[in-house]
Design a protein around this ligand. Structure first.
Ligand code: AHR
Length: 502
């Protein structure tokens, strides 16, 4: 008999969850921008060409911050190409994705879209082919209200008031050999340090993200963090982490254990940050920005063909992973992992938002629709605001081909004192057995079950499409709740959201 027992109490506080852990990412890549968020002439397009159907879905997800414009794209991006009169903008080669960037959408248009989508922007600067001066110019253009060259350029482009962008990434994946202008740790450390120093002179209110490793599997991890942070530590607020997973061997049990690797990655980065802190005798604690995470592998083969056979196209359908049910489960597990580290992970971006490894897809000739992974993200973003509570769980475990002692049930609870609500997010990742799940919430006097949402499916490979939502949540009623003890038979391979309130 598989069992899991969870005890929840208001006093078991990890930390307040920063809403920015429910961030996302829009890169100039594939159909993310063109025929994604922007498609003039589409029946759903507004007066600026933005698809209102997409904006509505982004608003539904309540995404608080969106990283832009890359990604690998940013490392060879000239932001000046994307501002000013549209008829004077020139197409450019995008070396990251071997496509043609028409520059019809640039930073001012994106800021306007973000306002409509009710989200903030996390801007990345190009530290691949550019450096300190260009990052400073961009920041001046975006944030400064002086009678200065780039502030005046912004005004001339029709934006009187600064955009006031608060979070800035110092480049992207600069450790990756695939990156245009990739750097050694020392090269990046020095460049990022000087860029950060100058940017904070221009606007001391901004927050900066130092580039961490592109994944835990990089040969330079964690030396990259140790060396680069020695340079950037005093100037930056966050270090970034990126990680994608895939069920390449069609081994669902092992795939669902991969969030354990994510957890190990987070712990190792925290340890490395704190090593640098100790070495520097610093009082400052660095925050983690897990600014790229998701499942990504379904589209790999198709993408290499597009890049080889049709280079320099505009908005080809790149990275269009169609997500199945098991992907949604891993996404849920990754969200739980982020919440469990709410004390240090203060920002995170599901990569990405529209069409490109995304929860939202568009049909260029039709509507927009929700992928399977849309739902766990939606639930976490809506109900996962408040205080993360230490998950005190006793659960049966299993082994998989590459992981040992994998908990059958992985869970976290989030307490929202303003709303007087507490929500349990749980995944039964056992592929063979249901689990008898009990939760003791006696510390929350007078609370009752508001709703029990589940996603379960007999077909791990079930997917959604424009006209068929095979994978979506429903409400469950077969549970008991007596004297503060919640009990249910938690289905094998299921995503569970149990909401309690007064
Ligand atoms: O999100 C897709 C790509 O993955 C990003 O451009 C890059 O940063 C990462 O390798």
């Amino acid at each position: 008999m598989k069992k899991a027992k969870m005890v929840i109490d208001k006093d078991f506080k990890i930390d307040e969850i920063d809403k920015n852990i429910y961030g996302s990412f829009v890169e100039h890549l594939g159909r993310a921008i063109y025929t994604g968020i922007y498609q003039p002439g589409h029946p759903a397009a507004d007066e600026e060409g933005f698809r209102k159907d997409v904006i509505e879905l982004v608003k539904e997800l309540q995404v608080p911050i969106v990283r832009y414009p890359g990604g690998n794209f940013v490392s060879n991006y000239y932001w000046e190409d994307g501002v000013g009169p549209k008829d004077q903008r020139k197409p450019r080669l995008d070396l990251a994705w071997i496509t043609l960037e028409p520059n019809e959408v640039g930073l001012n248009e994106f800021m306007s879209w973000a306002k409509k989508a009710e989200t903030e922007v996390m801007m990345a600067v190009n530290l691949g082919t550019r450096g300190v001066a260009d990052a400073c110019n961009l920041l001046e253009y975006c944030n400064i209200d002086a009678n200065s060259y780039y502030s005046n350029m912004r005004r001339a482009h029709g934006y009187e008031k600064p955009h006031d962008i608060k979070v800035w990434c110092l480049g992207n994946e600069m450790d990756g050999p695939w990156q245009v202008g990739a750097k050694t740790p020392k090269e990046y450390g020095r460049l990022a340090e000087e860029t950060a120093k100058a940017m904070k002179m221009i606007d001391p209110t901004i927050q900066l993200v130092s580039c961490g490793s592109s994944s835990i599997g990089m040969p330079t991890f964690p030396e990259w963090e140790a060396v680069t942070l020695e340079h950037t530590y005093n100037y930056v607020d966050y270090v970034s982490l990126h990680q994608y997973y895939g069920n390449r061997e069609n081994d669902t049990a092992d795939f669902l254990a991969m969030s354990m690797d994510m957890e190990q990655f987070i712990k190792s980065v925290i340890a490395t940050c704190d090593y640098v802190k100790a070495k520097k005798r610093s009082k400052k604690e660095l925050k983690l920005s897990f600014d790229e995470w998701n499942v990504w592998y379904h589209s790999n083969e198709a993408d290499s063909k597009i890049k080889e056979k049709k280079p320099w196209g505009v908005a080809p359908p790149l990275l269009e992973d169609i997500y199945n049910f098991e992907d949604a489960l891993l996404v849920g597990l990754m969200l739980i992992t982020l919440m469990k580290h709410a004390d240090r992970v203060k920002m995170a971006c599901m990569a990405q938002l529209v069409n490109v490894i995304a929860p939202i897809m568009t049909d260029a000739e039709g509507g927009a629709w929700r992928q399977t992974i849309f739902y766990p993200f939606l639930h976490a973003s809506i109900y996962g605001r408040g205080i993360a509570l230490e998950p005190v769980i006793e659960t049966t475990k299993h082994d998989t081909s590459k992981h040992t002692d994998v908990s059958d049930v992985e869970a976290i609870a989030v307490y929202n004192p303003e709303k007087e609500e507490v929500t349990i997010f749980a995944v039964n990742r056992n592929v063979d057995d249901d689990v008898n799940f009990t939760s003791d919430i006696r510390g929350f006097e007078g609370y009752k079950v508001l709703e029990y949402i589940v996603m379960e499916n007999d077909d791990m490979k079930a997917v959604n499409s424009l006209n068929n939502q095979r994978v979506k949540p429903h409400n469950k009623t077969d549970y008991t709740f007596d004297d503060g003890i919640f009990t249910t038979n938690m289905k094998k391979c299921s995503w569970n959201v149990i909401r309690f309130g007064k």
